[in-house]
Design a protein around this ligand. Structure first.
Ligand SMILES: Nc1ncnc2c1ncn2[C@@H]1O[C@H](COP(=O)(O)OP(=O)(O)OP(=O)(O)O)[C@@H](O)[C@H]1O
Ligand SMILES: [Mg+2]
Length: 325
């Protein structure tokens, strides 16, 4: 992947929320509560640095998606600031937002359904380059982005209907990467996916973090997925970060009641301090499609013989989450 793509920010420019508060005013629902103010984010400080995946977990309604929308500059916070490389983001005109939109991109929950079926992979991946007025050779950038998600030039002319589910997800990630984005924000990108597909997507994201130095903000109910991908995680409850730290610590030794409650909802998640990380086996697309057999993280650790799925936190070689079989 080309690091030379200029987003307008330094390649290592971090995305940060500082003291972010956000509220909505109810307009629908119970008429007795209409007009009432709903505080959704209550003083959130969070930094997402290129080269690190940060898990954002919390119960439904805790404010995870709202936080992502604010971090994406889709909504201005009621209070506090969002900065990139220390530069405050002012949610303003399309033109002024361009450098930010190049640097910080979104991975949708169901990429397959967000890809326009009439467009080719080339058109889909180059579309943000056109819209965000990215200079340079777009074909080169598209190929580099596809390469970063282990898809070759043979995919350029394919339509979404000619892609497997895993390939469609990877095209969506390539589309987010093509602008040279250094921060990817994903809201439940693996929810509802079967396990091999989930592992395929996690492998691609893990490779991007490790090999390309991309930063990822990863919202997920799937704590195991957070353990696989994210070195660090924060727990949101009532719009506040109530616990944060290495994801393995949160998974093995939760301190806050909210974290314990989330973990209790997944009693099958047993954590063993075992090292199972394997390195170096790239997930090239060689027709293995969605079987999830490739990759250094969860997929590579799957032990079919025992049924144990051994997964390791991306930068925590000494610890793995092992769901009880
Ligand atoms: N546009 C909106 N207008 C009014 N209230 C909203 C709006 N968006 C979200 N909310 C409310 O804000 C709270 C937090 O919502 P949010 O979608 O951020 O939670 P979440 O943590 O992403 O939940 P989930 O895990 O269910 O996706 C909820 O009570 C929700 O109903
Ligand atoms: Mg949500």
């Amino acid at each position: 992947m080309t690091a030379a793509v200029a987003t307008g920010f330094a390649a290592d420019a971090a995305l940060a929320a500082t003291g972010v508060k956000h509220h909505y005013v109810r307009t629908t629902g119970n008429p007795f509560r209409a007009g009432k103010r709903l505080d959704v984010l209550d003083g959130v400080d969070l930094e997402i640095v290129p080269g690190e995946a940060v898990g954002i977990v919390g119960r439904s309604g805790s404010g995870k998606s709202t936080l992502l929308r604010v971090l994406l500059g889709l909504e201005a916070p009621s209070e506090g600031t969002v900065t990139v490389g220390g530069v405050p983001l002012a949610v303003s005109t399309v033109r002024r937002m361009r450098p930010f939109r190049r640097h910080v991109q979104y991975i949708p929950q169901e990429p397959a359904s967000t890809l326009d079926p009439r467009m080719t992979v080339y058109q889909l991946v180059s579309d943000p380059l056109t819209r965000l007025d990215v200079p340079g050779d777009h074909r080169e950038r598209v190929l580099a982005a596809l390469g970063a998600v282990h898809l070759g030039a043979e995919f350029l002319d394919r339509k979404p209907s000619e892609l497997s589910g895993g390939q469609a997800q990877r095209v969506a990630i390539a589309r987010a990467l093509a602008t040279g984005a250094r921060i990817l924000l994903a809201d439940e990108p693996v929810s509802g996916l079967d396990r091999p597909l989930r592992d395929e997507v996690l492998t691609v994201l893990g490779d991007l973090v490790r090999d390309e130095g991309v930063g990822v903000g990863f919202v997920s109910h799937d704590l195991e997925a957070v353990g696989i991908l994210c070195s660090r995680a924060v727990v949101l409850s009532g719009g506040r970060i109530v616990e944060e730290g290495p994801s393995i610590d949160l998974l093995t030794n939760p301190q806050h009641e909210a974290t314990r409650t989330i973990l209790a909802a997944r009693p099958e998640l047993r954590i063993d301090p075992v090292s199972a990380r394997t390195d170096g086996d790239d997930a090239t697309d060689d027709g293995r499609g969605d079987d999830g057999s490739a990759g250094p993280y969860g997929a590579a650790g799957t032990d079919d013989a025992t049924g144990d799925d051994v997964v390791s936190a991306a930068t925590h070689d000494a610890a793995v989450a092992r769901p009880a079989s």
